[in-house]
Write a protein that binds this ligand. Structure first.
Ligand SMILES: [Zn+2]
Length: 236
């Protein structure tokens, strides 16, 4: 008879705990609205609680997105009061008359009411313009942690539908502007993915070891991109 798996309640979230002697690291998975912690057999419960606690914001965002993807019609058009995510932060759209161009004020993204391009196009244009600086910081930060800052060339924002990021042999890195709408760990994973190519311009086990050293849960982020990546690019 199957034994029910133990669960923890952390920060208002119910987490199923699956332990395995083969695991070396702790990883969280969100699937079908259920959060599962995959943990090494001996890992103390307190360590699992602390990890879930640290990731609770991201988990809540992830669950919310899954619930939306499961129930709601795809990507409702944004309107006054809609929330969009930028670099992991929620911004509230405010439609303002007498405004010439989009501007962020605190946690508000103010958009001109008169722009005939429509709100979704305005948000995309603002996103593209706002991403270069934080993307540069993010990539430089990972290149520094990898000890590869001296190999880094330029960091630019890309618009290539087929790729989230790229790194050339000269060390020039590009990240897609739409990733700024993804949960921050996903954007961070892509930035790290490209920065790790400064050390290994391939996907060899040595390459993945660099990625796993800084982001042991990178498989979750790749899974998220496979499932939700297209939503980032859909208009609205
Ligand atoms: Zn790659």
């Amino acid at each position: 008879m199957p034994v029910p798996l133990p669960t923890l309640t952390v920060a208002g979230l119910t987490v199923v705990v699956r332990r395995s002697g083969r695991r070396r690291t702790l990883a969280l998975e969100v699937r079908g609205g259920v959060v599962t912690a995959h943990a090494p057999t001996q890992l103390p419960e307190a360590a699992i609680r602390a990890f879930v606690e640290a990731k609770s914001g991201w988990l809540a965002q992830h669950l919310e997105r899954q619930a939306q993807a499961a129930s709601a019609p795809p990507a409702p058009a944004p309107g006054d009061g809609s929330v969009v995510f930028f670099m992991g932060e929620p911004l509230t759209l405010r439609v303002v008359s007498d405004l010439l161009r989009p501007e962020r004020v605190g946690d508000d993204l103010r958009l001109p009411a008169a722009d005939p391009a429509g709100l979704a196009a305005q948000v995309r244009a603002w996103r593209r313009a706002a991403t270069p600086e934080p993307y540069k910081r993010l990539v430089r930060d990972f290149a520094t942690q990898l000890g590869a800052l001296d190999r880094l060339g330029t960091v630019q924002v890309s618009d290539t539908r087929s790729r989230w990021g790229s790194c050339t042999a000269r060390g020039d890195i590009r990240l897609h502007w739409a990733l700024s709408a993804a949960p921050l760990p996903v954007l961070e994973y892509v930035a790290l993915h490209e920065a790790a190519h400064l050390l290994e311009l391939n996907h060899s086990p040595r390459y993945w070891a660099h990625v796993a050293r800084l982001r042991p849960g990178h498989r979750e982020q790749r899974a998220w991109l496979r499932t939700h990546g297209a939503e980032l690019l859909s208009p609205g």
